[in-house]
Design a protein. Structure first.
Length: 396
């Protein structure tokens, strides 16, 4: 579908799901009846030196060097950033893990531009964006309003940027940013690619608990009777970052080197993938598999205890496990919740749910989309208006 903004602008409107995670930015959209997704590491740094592509060891390790993916080069407002894979090989990464990063930061813009460019493929485009945030960010009404206002302040409007020399012009016509991340997974589980609920009325009303294990946060959210239960919804900074930080302390104490956060996170991921974890200590390759497993086990214990305290009568709920940590902690989580459903590609589940929500008739105003909502949609209260009571937020 094409829409006009009254100024002969007839670019097709892209309905985009955007999950700006601390470890990776996830993007999704429905295109030609298929779900298109893209995951980009959140690592970003200023391009304060030229890439020295001529440096190599001919005949020795040249092939390995060529195979390493270079970071994206993102330019906007006259400043160049390196974004995504292997940033630390070229510049010092800027690791922002505070919640204020969601309001606006050059680093967030750079990662957004790099990721969205893989969806729109350059040129001029228009987009409406559904964006998810951690439960802890949205828990307080005043803070949630400030965050959404700040996000709209930098995201809505025209953006001119280039990625690896390809120029892009993006007009964001609307943003809905008060979607708790676990709710996006619930939408992914229950909706088809047109944004329609397809699991039946009973599944829509049944109590469904979403456990979202991300890099920085662990969110627990209950949807029951078509509402978000505030009483049984919590979030804490118990993400996979905890294991990486514990490993950093352990290695520094035992061997001396201080790992960067992304290095420690990669080592934890190697253990999750069944590989050994190794680093160089004084030029010698050193196996730190035991220390890395200990860091992961310590996180498992913390998460288990938190969920055990938070979730009562777990047999009453259908449980969805989502987020990148759902794979890393899969065995422990399934021991604790044997009948839980692990989402397919759980790290992308929130972005997929947002993309489905974005195309749902009535989610964005007709003045933005150029289409009229179905009559039934006018009666649906989505999750962005505060309820009259403090008990729940209505979804359907």
């Amino acid at each position: 579908m094409t829409v006009s903004n009254g100024q002969k602008n007839t670019e097709a409107l892209t309905y985009l799901g955007y999950d700006p995670g601390f470890s990776a930015n996830k993007f999704a959209c429905v295109r030609s009846g298929e779900m298109v997704t893209y995951l980009l590491p959140s690592s970003v740094g200023e391009a304060n030196r030229r890439l020295q592509n001529g440096l190599a060891l001919p005949g020795v390790v040249r092939a390995a060097q060529r195979s390493a993916r270079q970071p994206f080069r993102v330019v906007f407002e006259g400043i160049e950033y390196l974004v995504g894979p292997n940033v630390s090989d070229y510049t010092e990464p800027i690791d922002r893990l505070d919640f204020n990063r969601f309001k606006d930061s050059p680093e967030l813009r750079a990662t957004f531009y790099a990721g969205v460019s893989r969806i729109i493929n350059g040129g001029a485009h228009r987009a409406a964006i559904a964006l998810a945030l951690p439960v802890k960010v949205l828990a307080q009404e005043g803070e949630a309003e400030q965050v959404e206002k700040a996000i709209k302040g930098w995201l809505v409007g025209r953006h001119l940027f280039s990625v690896d020399g390809v120029e892009c012009a993006l007009e964001v016509v609307n943003v809905r940013a008060r979607v708790p991340q676990p709710v996006a997974t619930w939408f992914d589980w229950g909706m088809d690619l047109s944004g329609q609920w397809v699991r039946g009325k009973q599944s829509q009303l049944a109590p469904t608990l979403v456990i979202d294990q991300g890099f920085n946060t662990l969110d627990v959210l209950l949807v029951s009777g078509g509402r978000i239960s505030q009483r049984f919804t919590e979030g804490d900074t118990l993400g996979m970052r905890r294991a990486a930080e514990r490993l950093i302390r352990s290695i520094k104490h035992k061997y001396g080197p201080e790992l960067e956060l992304h290095q420690a996170s990669d080592l934890v991921q190697q253990i999750v993938n069944g590989q050994k974890a190794e680093i160089y200590v004084e030029g010698q390759l050193t196996d730190i598999t035991v220390e890395t497993r200990q860091a992961l086990k310590a996180l498992e214990s913390e998460v288990f205890n938190y969920l055990d305290r938070t979730i009562k009568s777990k047999e009453s709920y259908h449980i969805l496990l989502t987020g990148g940590g759902a794979l890393a902690l899969r065995e422990m989580l399934l021991r604790q919740f044997p009948k839980a459903t692990v989402m397919a590609e759980p790290v992308l589940a929130n972005a997929r749910g947002l993309a489905k929500l974005a195309v749902r008739p009535g989610f964005f105003p007709s003045s933005v989309t150029g289409r009229l909502p179905f009559s039934v949609e006018r009666k649906i209260e989505l999750i962005f208006a505060r309820p009259k009571s403090n008990e729940s937020l209505r979804l359907f």
